[in-house]
Write a protein that binds this ligand. Structure first.
Ligand SMILES: C[S@@+](CC[C@H](N)C(=O)[O-])C[C@H]1O[C@@H](n2cnc3c(N)ncnc32)[C@H](O)[C@@H]1O
Length: 229
């Protein structure tokens, strides 16, 4: 018997995988489709829908799904963001390996098609995802920070009513920039990131410049992290 081909995931996609458990999952911007293939092979999803905007990655996703023997359970659709999905069709969705601006744009255009669970891995600061979540009625249920070419954040959001309790008792700007769960967890990786931000921002932080506010936020985060040591 030939075993299905199981793609190896890097640390950031492995962290994403571990935050997903769904009947039907959508991976938007799947490219190679390694994540949805592993989700099915590990029983973390029963079915998946893959959405890809661009023809090259779309063809690659189709090839990889067929090669893994999963074409009966993974549907590959061409399109932009949530447009190729029906409202209520999936329980959760992921968007990974993209800029925060792209991810927030896709979420803002999704309307009623947004599922109750979102797992997001932006390549840059996730602050505007956290801000979007508070307005759109999602709570931050888990966060991970993973090493790689950059330090990659991974966020699991779940639809919930009322203010997000994750932020309680934390300085707001630091929590939005660095993540409430990550600040509480105080991992060595976050401590290193905050210290590097301070070194990078200090020479740029003239009064009235953006970097001045960013530096103050990084110092605020450092106080929380050092308080947890
Ligand atoms: C850098 S790749 C990341 C691939 C994979 N998700 C990962 O994390 O390794 C981003 C992919 O998203 C696709 N993409 C970008 N914007 C999209 C959109 N609005 N809708 C669907 N796919 C999109 C691109 O074509 C590209 O294949």
């Amino acid at each position: 018997m030939t075993l299905p081909l199981s793609p190896v995931l890097d640390a950031r996609l492995q962290a994403v995988l571990e935050l997903i458990q769904a009947q039907v999952h959508a991976d938007i911007g799947a490219d190679h489709a390694h994540l949805p293939i592993r989700l099915l092979l590990e029983g973390r999803a029963q079915r998946a829908v893959v959405v890809e905007l661009n023809p090259g990655p779309l063809a690659q996703a189709r090839r990889h799904v067929v090669r893994a023997g999963l074409d009966g359970r993974v549907e590959v659709r061409e399109g932009n963001g949530f447009a190729p999905l029906q409202a209520g069709e999936v329980d959760s969705a992921s968007l990974t390996g993209m800029g925060t601006g792209t991810i927030v744009g896709v979420l803002q255009r999704a309307g009623a098609k947004l599922p109750p669970v979102l797992v997001l891995q932006p390549n840059d600061s996730p602050r505007s995802i956290r801000q979007w979540a508070r307005v759109a009625g999602y709570h931050l249920m888990a966060e991970r920070l993973t090493p790689g070419y950059w330090t990659y954040p991974v966020l699991r959001l779940e639809r919930a009513a009322g203010p997000d309790p994750a932020y309680l008792g934390l300085p707001e700007k630091a929590a939005l920039r660095y993540g409430p769960h990550l600040l509480r967890e105080a991992s060595p990786l976050l401590l290193q990131q905050v210290r590097e931000d301070i070194v990078r921002l200090a020479p740029l932080a003239a009064p009235g410049r953006n970097a001045e506010g960013e530096l103050a936020t990084a110092h605020e985060a450092l106080r929380v992290l050092e308080g947890s040591e």
